[in-house]
Design a protein around this ligand. Structure first.
Ligand SMILES: [Zn+2]
Length: 401
């Protein structure tokens, strides 16, 4: 079997990449080049024409960076260039392919020890697959020493190793890393494209799909969540009521506390079950709690897991707060649209009355200052300022206008 020819419809494995036709074209061409090169003889090093050993996927949150990297990995491993049906495709997409290693860190950073382990792993020959594929989902979380540890492996990889790094933007990676990678940029997909995939793929009602796609502003995963999870919709709605509850200073501080508390609760709900399951799995693997004494090393392993879980919890709380702030910014973006009579579609069309009332009570300049206050809070939290403090400073500025 050969990979599809130039000009053919995209292979099924790219199906879930919404609105990324250009990236799919580039990656499909690389898959064809890789297949042509590996077909020249067992053990031959593939020619790099169209195919490269190091790739950097960038794009805004939700545009599908890691989906693109996984689909690319599957297409490389698949004898049919990404049929979406064979064992190679299934195991790669499901995260169990022996020659596809995905670093899906939930820590706040990837340290030098982790990077060295990756380099060692990336130096191996594929055990059964065509390639050894190393996917680093959050390359922006590599510390500088970790990035430096990866450099040589990325520059001179083992002939059958491919590195796929993902980051929000080029600026989020070290220049030395990005200069060694081929860059694939993903865009924010159009609302209509996101709505369409929710209807076609997930069977969601068209009206709900349109609302969710609009509210999620191009974030495909978030759109699906909003369309299928009423709690997520209620959380979002509560955040968007905030601009109307900033009457006095204590009201503003109260609103900040509510926002942080709600986001924290949402994040905790999302990870609590996973935390518990991981502890149970590890205890079982270590043989803890099966009668006799605790095996040596068990306490240390459990302690390490607890530390990882704490880090992940911190990160998912910050992510949830950031999502709330993005929603809030979309409200003031709508206010600005009404004030400037821009005639564009409102992100929060269902709140048109509230948007209009805030728009009437303020100038466009003060709306811009408010959007700026939200951005400042996001940046502060990103720079490790305590979230409540940053959000309080923000609500006070939102109230002052
Ligand atoms: Zn396949």
């Amino acid at each position: 079997m050969t990979a599809p020819a130039v000009g053919a419809a995209p292979a099924p494995v790219w199906r879930d990449l919404v609105g990324q036709e250009r990236a799919v074209e580039v990656l499909s061409a690389a898959v064809r080049a890789a297949a042509a090169a590996t077909g020249t003889g067992a053990g031959a090093a593939p020619s790099p024409a169209g195919m490269t050993h190091a790739w950097l996927f960038t794009g805004p949150p939700g545009s599908g960076r890691s989906n693109a990297a996984r689909a690319f990995a599957a297409a490389l491993q698949c004898a049919r260039g990404g049929c979406g049906e064979c064992a190679s495709c299934h195991t790669t997409l499901g995260g169990t392919h022996a020659d596809v290693h995905v670093v899906n860190t939930r820590k706040l950073s990837i340290g030098v020890d982790d990077a060295r382990a990756l380099v060692a792993r990336g130096g191996r020959h594929p055990s059964g697959g065509r390639w050894q594929v190393m996917v680093v989902e959050d390359a922006d979380r590599l510390t500088d020493p970790a990035a430096n540890a990866l450099l040589k492996a990325i520059e001179e990889p083992t002939p059958r190793t491919v590195w796929l790094l993902c980051a929000p933007s080029l600026e989020d990676t070290l220049p030395t890393i990005r200069s060694r990678c081929r860059h694939v940029s993903l865009r924010t997909p159009a609302t209509a494209a996101v709505a369409d995939v929710l209807v076609q793929r997930d069977g969601i009602d068209p009206a709900m799909a349109t609302f969710a796609a609009r509210a999620a502003q191009g974030h495909v995963g978030r759109a699906k969540r909003l369309a299928t999870d009423e709690d997520a919709r209620l959380h979002r709605h509560a955040v968007l009521r905030l601009p109307l509850s900033l009457g006095n200073l204590s009201g503003a501080l109260q609103a900040a506390g509510d926002l942080v508390e709600a986001a924290t609760a949402e994040a905790t709900e999302a990870t609590a079950e996973l935390d518990l399951r991981e502890v149970e799995d590890l205890r079982r693997a270590l043989g803890v709690g099966q009668g006799s004494r605790q095996p040596p090393g068990a306490a240390a392993a459990l302690k390490e897991l607890a530390t990882d879980q704490r880090r992940r919890s911190t990160r998912s709380k910050r992510d949830a707060i950031d999502r709330a702030l993005v929603d809030l910014a979309s409200f003031y973006r709508d206010v600005l649209a009404v004030q400037s009579d821009a005639g564009v579609e409102l992100v929060n069309d269902e709140l048109r009355d509230a948007v209009t009332s805030v728009a009437r009570g303020a100038s466009a300049e003060s709306t811009l200052r408010r959007i700026d206050a939200i951005l400042a809070a996001r940046n502060a939290i990103d720079a490790n300022v305590a979230p409540l403090l940053a959000v309080e400073a923000m609500t006070v500025r939102l109230r002052d206008g």
